[in-house]
Structures are given as C-alpha cells and as structure tokens.
Design a protein around this ligand. Structure first.
Ligand code: NAD
Length: 374
C-alpha cells in the first residue's frame, strides 16, 4: 500500500503506550482507538487527542478507513480478533502470545496467507536494546560459533486480570523463546530459525485455587528445544505464581569466543565473558548501546534514549528495553512492503507453539513433543 498507514489500537491498557509512537511516526496516522468501556475510551482519546473511537471491535473492523489494527486485548481474545481482522482485509499487529492453542496458530497462519495482509506478533524482547546488542555481536562474528542459548522469564502475576490466575507458564513463553530463535535468523534474507521439538519438565506446585483455572499444577516449567537444521539446543525457564524471584526477562548466548549474559538483578549491566583471558579478566560488565539510530528521527526518543523530565509524557512508550518504537517501525515498514514483518505469521506461530507444546510435554511427564511446522 502507499501513503500513511491508518492505524487503530484495540485494548488501551498496555496498548495506550503505543499511541504517541504512531502519532509521531512519519508513515502512520493514529486514526482510531477501541475498548469496551466508553468512559475509559473517552478518557484515553481525550488524553492523546484521538477523535475516532469505538466501543465495539466488530464496528471498528467495518470502518474502511482502518488499514491496520494493533491488538492489545486480553490473551484469550488475541486469536479470534486477529483472524477477524485479517478476514476483514486489515493488516494485524498483535501483542504476545499469538494464541493459546496449535489450532489458533494454524488458523492465523492460514488467514494471513489467504488475505495477503501483514501479520506480526509484537514480541518486545527481540527489539530490546540487550537483544539487539547480542544480535549485533553475533552478526559481526564477535561471539564466534553459538554453542548454547538460554532464556528465562520470571514474573509474579498475583493480582493481574482474570485470564492470568493459574495460566500455564509456558503458554506465555515468547519472551524467553523468541531471542533464542531470532538470533539465528536473518529476516532480510528470508531465513527464520524454527524450533522442531521440545522436552519440558514441570517443577513444584502452585496453590489449589490457582490450579483449578487451567488444571496446570507447576510453579516452574523448564524446557529444552531443538532448532531445525542446527546443532544448537536452547533452554527456557518460566514461572508466574508462588515463586520468589524479582521480575526477570533474560537471555544468555554461549559463544565459542565470547558469551553474553543479560540479567541477574534488575538494573545491573549485562556481562560479557571473553575466552582466552586470565581467569579474573574473563567476565566484564558492559554498557549496552542504544539502537535509536535505526529509527526515524521523530520516534527515536521512545527508546528511552532521552532522559529529560520535561519529555516524560512523550516517553510513555519507552518500556521493555526501548523496544516499542522498533516494533511500530518494523510493523509499518512491513505493511508498506519495505521490509518483512519480523516475526511474520509462521515465525510467530513457531515461537508461540514452543510454549504450547512445552506445556503439553510437562503434563505428559517430560515426553518429547514435535512442534507442527505450519
Ligand atoms: N512485553 C509485552 O509484550 C507485554 C507487556 C504487557 C502486556 N502485554 C499483553 O498485552 C495484552 C494487554 O495487557 P494489559 O495488561 O493491558 O491487559 P488488560 O486486561 O489490563 O487490558 C486489556 C484491554 O483490552 C480491552 N478489551 C478487552 N476486550 C476487548 C474487546 N473485545 N474489544 C476491545 N477492547 C477490549 C480492555 O478494555 C482493556 O483496555 C495482554 O495480552 C498481555 O499479554 C504484553
């Protein structure tokens, strides 16, 4: 398509963080917002100056002025809203996860193919400055050969909205799965590293009032998965309830020359381990650079690069490692046909299904589960 992409944002909790970024992107028109509660919808529209407002998602999809929807609704709605939008001829950006079953992932991949529209899962980690730093080191040959990958995402979700209590940890695993596969991918050359099978063990037990929601008993799920056409194995760990751990979204790459370890404690700089140095010189902390230079000038500030208190209201979208403006930019460029969506629909499905199949494996006592190739 040509001209500015007219975007509608659906779900205005987390979703509201993206409004000012679209408003300041040169190729977007922040056209409409949607949530069911009219008072909250109006409060958000007034705050950001968005005139077109919908309380009904179905009505929004009938609006011919909407080119693209960016879905930030509760997890159980992601798949059906994505499929409805693709069938209505809209481009779709959807927050993680793509869906909660293999069937949902399959239907989105099919709807995307049939519609010819863009689908992109808005995975924040693969646009965070820490991931972009590790990817850059790997692509420039600094890490050497990748020997092992490890992701972990630990979060205490007590008190979060109704769909969270008792959610199987691996159903929300894309934050730790995605960097392990993305680092071995090259979307510009059409190369996506995909997982082919997974083995997962469940450990510990959450309280009975949590278990009853999804019949998922484990406090921690820990999986290893094989990567198609590669000898590298990745390991991922997830927890959501009844586990003492500060929030951690982390990613480690073990290389033959240099290894990268992201995070132990919030706020600490990552560590590089250099092979061949005297033992005490092997690890060193690094300041991760900002990758705002890859973005149009108007949205660079949303990576969090500018720490000016007077700009705070504009910096609302600077969370998750500065990833939000990168996600918006990549999605818009994909809609405009200037670069591939990353992750596209089949890749999003693979990243999501690692977790779905991992939970299945854990429930079967750790048997290997093949991941369907869509
Ligand atoms: N790092 C990340 O990628 C990241 C971070 C935070 C949240 N998320 C995802 O974003 C989503 C939203 O998170 P949240 O914390 O804002 O959730 P939330 O439940 O607080 O908010 C959901 C929003 O969707 C709206 N909504 C619900 N059903 C709707 C419908 N049928 N039509 C239109 N609007 C509808 C609600 O009114 C609300 O504004 C979740 O799926 C979560 O997984 C991702």
């Amino acid at each position: 398509m040509a001209g500015k992409v007219r975007v509608a944002i659906v779900g205005l909790g987390f979703g509201a963080e993206f409004i000012p970024i679209y408003q300041q992107h040169p190729d977007a028109e922040m056209y409409a917002i949607c949530r069911r509660n009219k008072a909250e919808l109006d409060a958000c529209g007034d705050q950001f100056g968005v005139a077109k407002r919908y309380t009904s998602y179905e009505e929004l999809l009938k609006d011919p002025n909407v080119d693209a929807v960016h879905i930030n609704s509760p997890i159980p709605d992601h798949a059906k809203q994505s499929i409805a939008a693709l069938n209505a001829g809209k481009h779709v950006a959807c927050t993680v996860p793509m869906g909660v079953s293999i069937e949902e992932c399959r239907q989105i991949v099919e709807a995307q193919k049939k519609s010819g529209r863009t689908y992109m899962m808005m995975e924040t980690v693969v646009y965070s400055r820490e991931y972009l730093f590790a990817k850059d080191l790997y692509d420039r040959g600094v890490l050497g050969r990748i020997q092992f990958l490890r992701g972990s995402h630990q979060q205490d979700m007590h008190g979060w909205p109704h769909y969270w209590p008792g959610l199987p940890p691996m159903w929300y695993a894309t934050h730790c799965v995605s960097p392990c596969l993305a680092i071995l991918s090259d979307p510009e050359k059409g190369k996506a590293a995909l997982a082919e099978s997974v083995v997962c063990h469940g450990s510990g037990r959450i309280s009975d009032d949590l278990i009853k929601h999804y019949n998922s008993p484990f406090a921690i799920e820990s999986a290893t998965f094989k990567i198609k056409g590669s000898d590298v194995v990745a390991e991922v760990t997830r927890s959501l309830f009844d586990t003492a751990r500060q929030y951690r979204e982390s990613f480690d790459v073990t290389g033959s020359n240099v290894s990268f370890e992201w995070q132990q404690v919030e706020g600490e700089d990552p560590v590089l381990h250099m092979r061949g140095l005297p033992e005490h010189q092997i690890p060193r902390r690094v300041k991760v650079p900002d990758f705002a230079g890859r973005l149009p000038e108007g949205i660079r500030k949303f990576t969090g690069a500018i720490h000016d208190a007077t700009h705070l209201s504009f910096l609302q979208g600077a969370g998750h490692g500065g990833s939000h403006p990168h996600l918006v930019h990549n999605f818009l460029m994909a809609v405009l046909g200037k670069q591939p969506a990353f992750p596209d629909a089949p890749t999003s499905a693979n990243w999501t299904m690692v977790g779905i199949c991992a939970h299945e494996s854990a429930m079967k006592g750790g048997t290997r589960v093949e991941i369907p190739q869509l």
